[in-house]
Structure formats: C-alpha cells, structure tokens
Design a protein around this ligand. Structure first.
Ligand code: SAM
Length: 283
C-alpha cells in the first residue's frame, strides 16, 4: 500500500529526498490536505476507466487520488525536475501516463485522443485563465473541468450581471459552460501557503449554447468592447470598437438596448442581441 501523498510529512519527505525547492515562478503550491484532494475527485465524479487529463501533477498528489479512483490519467507537467519524482511516487499505477510539456503549447488532442474526457487540476495560478480558455475556445472534447483556482477568479467566473466581479471572463466561461463553486480552500491546505484563498470550481461544458449567435466572433468582439473601459457607457464602448453613430443607433434599436447602460449590467442574451444586430449590418 502506497502512503497518501496529500499529507504534510509525506510531501516534505518526498521533497527532501529528491532535494527539490519549489518554484514560485511555476506556481508550485502542493496540496497537503487529503480532504481537499478527495473533494476534488468527488466533484469530478470520476468513474472507473474514465479518461482524465491532469494539468501540473507536481509530485503526484492529486494524480494518486485520481488513479486510486480508477481514472485513466494523462498528466502534463512542465517542470522536468518533477518527472523523476512522479516516476517514483506513481510507481505501480498502470492507469497513469505522465507527459513532460507545457499545457499551453502541446497538441492536447494528440496526447489524449478520446471522444470525451474530464480535466481535473490544481492549476498553476499564473496561467489559470489562459489554460481554461484554451480548452473552451479550442472546443476540446471536454465534458467537465474541475479545477482549483484563486477564489477571486472563481467568483469572477460565476458572477452574474450587475456586480463588480462580472466581466468578460464571466461571459466567456458562462457562454461555454455552467460553472459552480464547489468549495473554498484555505491557504493552509498547501505547501507553501499561497497568499490568497482558493476555490474549487466545476465547469460543466454546455452541449447547446445558451444564446443563438450569427457570429461567435462578433459576440466576443462586443463583449470585449463593452468591458474595455468599465466606466464607459455601452454606446461609447461600441463606438471605440468601430461602429459609426448611425450604425450604433441601428444596432441598439434593433437589439432594444439603451446605450447609456454599462457592460457590467448586460446579460449574455443582451450581448447576443447586440452582436446579432451588428452582424446583420455588416453582412
Ligand atoms: N497537482 C499538484 C498538487 O495538487 O499538489 C501540484 C499543483 S501546483 C499548484 C501546479 C503545477 O503545475 C506545478 O507542478 C507546476 O510545475 C505545473 N505547471 C506550471 N506551469 C505549467 C504548464 N505551463 N504546463 C504544465 N504544468 C505546469
């Protein structure tokens, strides 16, 4: 029986044995609380034989729990120093494959060539958003993403219109998925302790988009323009994005939206109405 890695003493022992100093630059905060690890696996509802992609396995803490749950794990780690450790800590699990690479650069579909899979990760915080958006924008065949992120980022992902947390990240994540915060994780759950609180977020990828769009590109152009300068009105934001005064009037009338409102007050459906009205003008 292998010792559970998600414990302070075991983690420190592994790091000492291999003489590893954790890299702040690579966002290395390793989990040492097994309740949190078990909570992540349970949030992902991992079943026997199910393909799971893990980003940044570190010394194999979450990987071990996923393997114990019976998942077919593909884990991508950037830090070459950790590969030797992973070979040892995960020795004997024949349902784990570790790949050396940068998750933002590798050809994901080549590494995990499955019809559907889940992403489960304690993400490096310096690139949380680019990683999540990469999977969504590339339309990787992911059904579920369960990831540890900074609490503030999680709050922005689930935010509804009207509050300060609502922005282009909220719209994008909610366009592609149904996000929910599963639980909050205190700094003490990691070594070293991060400066901020964290949260486990579960994003269930939508099979049908929540709004009908003429052009997805136009939708995101409108969203970007609306949030580019938060103090600006929607009308001013759209003008900066290239709409003439006449076009702007036409678009807002058609979409039935008051140009004096601000981006942070608009729902996905309202952004879609603007984008679709604009698409009609340019087509
Ligand atoms: N999964 C481990 C845990 O829960 O204890 C480690 C999580 S730690 C927050 C993030 C891990 O991601 C580190 O092992 C780090 O080296 C790795 N990492 C950082 N940037 C990466 C990248 N671009 N691609 C793949 N892994 C990366």
């Amino acid at each position: 029986i292998k010792p559970c890695i998600a414990q302070k003493e075991v983690t420190l022992h592994i790091l000492k044995t291999f003489g590893i100093h954790m890299s702040k630059k690579l966002g290395q905060n390793f989990l040492i609380d097994n309740n949190v690890v078990a909570g992540i696996v349970s949030a992902a509802n991992v079943c026997e034989g199910e393909p799971v992609l893990e980003i940044g396995p570190g010394i194999g803490t979450l990987t071990q729990a996923l393997a114990e749950a019976g998942a077919e794990v593909t884990a991508v780690e950037l830090d070459r120093r950790l590969l030797e450790i992973l070979g040892r800590t995960l020795e004997g699990y024949n349902n784990v494959r570790v790949i050396h690479g940068d998750i933002l650069k590798i050809d994901i579909s080549r590494e995990i060539n499955k019809e559907k899979y889940k992403v489960v990760a304690n993400l490096p915080y310096y690139i949380t958003t680019p990683i999540i958006m990469k999977f969504l924008e590339e339309r990787q065949p992911v059904e579920l993403l369960v990831t540890m992120v900074q609490k503030e980022v999680a709050q922005r992902m689930v935010a509804k219109p009207g509050g300060k947390d609502y922005g282009s990240l909220s719209v994008a994540v909610q366009y592609y998925t149904e996000p929910e915060i599963m639980f909050i994780v205190p700094p003490q759950a990691f070594i070293p302790k991060p400066a901020v609180e964290s949260a486990v977020i579960r994003c269930t990828v939508r099979t049908v988009p929540p709004v009908e769009l003429v052009s997805e590109k136009m939708f995101f152009r409108v969203v970007k323009a609306a949030f580019a300068q938060r103090r600006k009105t929607l009308a001013n934001g759209l003008k900066s994005a290239g709409l003439s005064k006449e076009e702007l009037e036409q678009v807002l009338t058609q979409a039935q939206i008051d140009g004096g409102r601000r981006g942070e007050q608009l729902s996905l459906a309202e952004f879609a109405a603007i984008a679709n009205a604009w698409s009609k003008i340019v087509s």
